[in-house]
Write a protein that binds this ligand. Structure first.
Ligand code: GLY
Length: 373
């Protein structure tokens, strides 16, 4: 079944769904104020991390993340093939390191949990970690190597998705949605009304600001603030120096988590705080200080880098931190919301699931379990 679908949201979920739906023959329009620059997707680090994002007690979510990660090689090939744009997909792997003995003990607990789920993760001594990442501080207490946790350049990804959507005939309405109503109908902030056959809500943290959304029966979505930094390599007098990092490094630094994600241009993304502060999007000095301290504790060479950007993003989280994907209680309205820390990783999987839902095809049990209650 092919239909006219309007997608509310121009982040990685909205755009991935738009591209997939248009490739499935639907007539697709994305409605968003700044598609490709919207929401948490632009601010993200781009980690594709089913193992290092595995949290105690969230084994069902980890299974979903693993499913999501399996789609990435094919997704990258299709997207780069369609657009000719490289998206910085890197499969070198990840190392998580511990600063002190207590952090090491916590990492050992985490490793035992990862092994209990059958995940691929390997204990490494400090020397072995430095063999993998020579820029690591000699003071570290070893860590865990996770070969299957990868990364993509999220901003390149958003650019390529926007181009792929345009190339596939997706239309864009650059406007905010004020309300959703039965029909389904979308009411834009400027008063215009749109009446597609189907609506996909891929709003991120924007969901509560849309009037009428209570009738969909969707769970609440709360913003979980994250500070994130972008650091540029020092300018060399003669040619580009070798990159400081060539794989993602995560760290436990006196019980605080930090990650360092290298880009191909030598820059490094440092993140991220996890803060429940409602709608506060301000960049706070203390959080920036904390991230810089923790990052340089594990990679001292960052001292010479330029602080290019300090930003905050709002992760969209449901009450159980699990995405909600499926038909809602409002006729003709589908949702793909609440991707919390894993929107980039889950984008191809979510897009496929939404295409199956709109095509009236069965979805996998893992996706079925995410349907709105
Ligand atoms: N996925 C990393 C973060 O949310 O900070």
């Amino acid at each position: 079944m092919r239909s006219c679908v309007h997608i509310v949201g121009g982040g990685v979920i909205g755009l991935s769904c738009a591209w997939e739906l248009s490739r499935n023959g639907h007539d697709v329009t994305v409605v968003a104020p700044t598609p490709g620059r919207d929401g948490a997707s632009w601010v993200a680090a781009g980690m594709l991390a089913p193992v290092t994002e595995a949290q105690f007690g969230e084994s069902a979510l980890t299974a979903l993340l693993l499913d999501g990660s399996r789609l990435w090689p094919g997704f990258v090939a299709a997207l780069e093939g369609a657009t000719g744009q490289a998206i910085g997909y890197d499969t070198t792997g990840t190392v998580t390191v511990a600063l002190d003995a207590s952090d090491r003990a916590s990492l050992d607990d985490l490793l035992a949990y990862q092994h209990s789920l059958g995940l691929s993760a390997h204990r490494r001594s400090a020397t072995e970690c430095r063999g993998l990442v020579p820029a690591l501080s000699p003071a570290l207490r070893g860590g865990i190597e996770v070969p299957g946790d990868h990364q993509v350049d999220n901003r390149a990804l958003l650019g390529a998705l926007t181009a792929a959507c345009r190339g596939a005939g997706v239309a864009f309405v650059e406007a905010a949605v004020a309300a959703v109503a039965t029909g389904p109908e979308l009411v834009l902030a400027d008063g215009r009304r749109l009446r597609p056959e189907h609506v996909l809500l891929a709003t991120g943290t924007g969901l509560p600001s849309i009037a009428g959304v209570e009738a969909t029966g969707l769970p609440t979505v709360r913003p979980v603030k994250g500070h994130i930094l972008r650091l540029g390599p020092p300018v060399a007098a003669h040619g580009a120096p070798p990159p400081l990092l060539t794989r993602t490094v995560r760290g436990l630094v006196r019980a605080r988590s930090v990650y360092l994600v290298p880009r191909r241009d030598g820059s490094v993304v440092v993140g991220a705080t996890v803060e429940e502060r409602g709608d506060d999007t301000a960049v706070r000095a203390g959080a920036v200080h904390e991230l810089l301290c923790d990052a340089r504790a594990i990679v001292p060479g960052l001292d010479e880098f330029e602080l290019c950007e300090a930003a905050t993003g709002m992760r969209p989280a449901t009450p159980d931190n699990t995405p909600c994907i499926g038909w809602t209680a409002m006729e003709g309205v589908v949702a793909a919301i609440g991707h919390y820390r894993n929107g980039i990783l889950l984008a191809p999987l979510t897009a496929r699931a939404v295409a199956d839902l709109l095509g009236r095809r069965p979805v996998t049990p893992l996706i079925e379990a995410l349907a709105p209650a």
